[in-house]
Write a protein that binds this ligand. Structure first.
Ligand SMILES: Cc1ncc(COP(=O)(O)O)c(C=O)c1O
Length: 367
């Protein structure tokens, strides 16, 4: 199905309920902690809400479909999904590579919790990922990296990891499966926060793991059961409901991002811009080879922190918020959180507003 349809058709079909006459077209959530048990104890069945849920199953089959995976598992947040995978596949004595320039809490988890258990943790920037993979057991790559938006060549990285039996885990949060399918490029597992563009309304946290490796997925499911970092049924339902419009929203977000990057590139108040969709961006060639769309994030640099605060004050459309991928265009001054970037560095998440309105608003706010 993936090759056959466009993104909106794929997301609508993935989120659709089964065509059963008399049943709701839009599936209702199934909030449940305990299920009736059969007297036949050998019969496979739902038993308890921490081990299975019908709404999860629907969401997970939609996510697997979109990622081109044989299965997916939902979690209570992106971090819950990522750390579950790390607990399952990273063992003491192994070397783990994590992004030095990507989402900072992943490297914090690795250094604060895995390093003391005897794991060698190497923090590596996108540009050095392939070289670092030559001596790694597990590689976590994020591309485009949040917030600098550099791109990792997943095809090249996949070849290196496969040649030495290392496991490649790719964080697909920013591009979403509508922008990039890491499993088709050589990743063993996809991990992602569905809190961002995939659910897209800034009203829930969710995460998932997707893969074609049945054994690893069974181990991750077991870990989820025992650690309990599950997604609530209502959040699962909200995420499923949001998936149906993901293609449409993401298309507009990507369109707005390119228009914004082009405007910022030529604006005198802007010192530098990164967007993989800009033809002159250093990552453009690799991005073209592996991304279907370039995403809704644009990074740029203003003179200092005060210039970023002025931009937010003067804009009538932009909100100041961390997180990204929502309906509203938002900006986040990343140095605030300790990212190794300049004080005036801004990560802008493009929303679904009309492109002309956004460009006029930001142009005026920067003047
Ligand atoms: C790239 C990336 N991965 C993972 C996460 C963690 O996701 P969550 O906040 O849903 O736990 C984030 C959060 O910002 C992120 O940006």
């Amino acid at each position: 199905m993936n090759g056959q349809y466009g993104d909106s058709t794929r997301s609508v079909k993935a989120a659709a309920s089964q065509h059963v006459p008399g049943q709701p077209v839009a599936s209702p959530p199934v909030p449940v902690s305990a299920y009736h048990l059969s007297a036949d104890e050998s019969q496979p069945m739902d038993t308890y809400g921490r081990s299975s849920n019908p709404t999860w199953r629907q969401l997970e089959s939609a996510l697997a479909e979109l990622e081109g995976a044989t299965s997916a598992l939902s979690f209570g947040s992106g971090m819950a999904a990522i750390t579950s995978v790390l607990r399952v596949i990273v063992k003491p004595g192994m070397t783990l590579v994590v992004p030095a320039d990507g989402y900072y809490q992943v490297r914090l988890y690795a250094t604060e919790y895995l390093a003391p258990l005897g794991v060698t943790v190497r923090e590596v920037s996108a540009a050095d990922m392939c070289a670092a993979a030559e001596s790694a057991d597990v590689v976590v790559a994020e591309t485009p990296v949040n917030p600098t938006l550099d791109v990792v060549d997943l095809h090249a990285l996949g070849i290196i990891c496969r040649s030495r039996g290392a496991t490649l885990v790719v964080d697909n949060t920013a591009p979403t499966p509508l922008g990039q399918q890491p499993l088709s490029l050589g990743a063993d597992l996809v991990v992602a926060s569905a809190t961002k563009a995939l659910s897209g309304h800034s009203d829930l946290l969710a995460g998932y793991v997707a893969s074609c490796h049945a054994e690893v997925m069974a181990a991750v499911e077991r870990e989820r059961l025992l650690a309990g970092a599950i997604l609530g049924p209502f959040e699962a339902w909200l995420a499923l409901r949001s998936l149906g419009s993901a293609g449409l929203r993401f298309e507009r977000q990507c369109h707005n991002a390119l228009a914004m990057a082009l405007m910022l590139r030529d604006h005198p108040a802007v010192r530098a811009v990164r967007y993989p969709g800009l033809p002159e961006d250093p990552a453009h060639a690799v991005a073209c080879a592996q991304m279907r769309r370039f995403g809704g994030l644009v990074s740029f640099e203003l003179a200092d922190a005060a210039a970023v605060h002025r931009l937010v004050e003067r804009s009538a459309l932009v909100v100041s918020a961390t997180s990204f991928g929502g309906l509203h265009t938002s900006v986040d001054r990343r140095a605030r959180w300790g990212d190794p970037v300049a004080d005036g560095f801004v990560r802008m998440s493009l929303g679904i507003e009309d492109t002309d309105d956004l460009i006029a608003d930001i142009t005026a706010a920067l003047a």
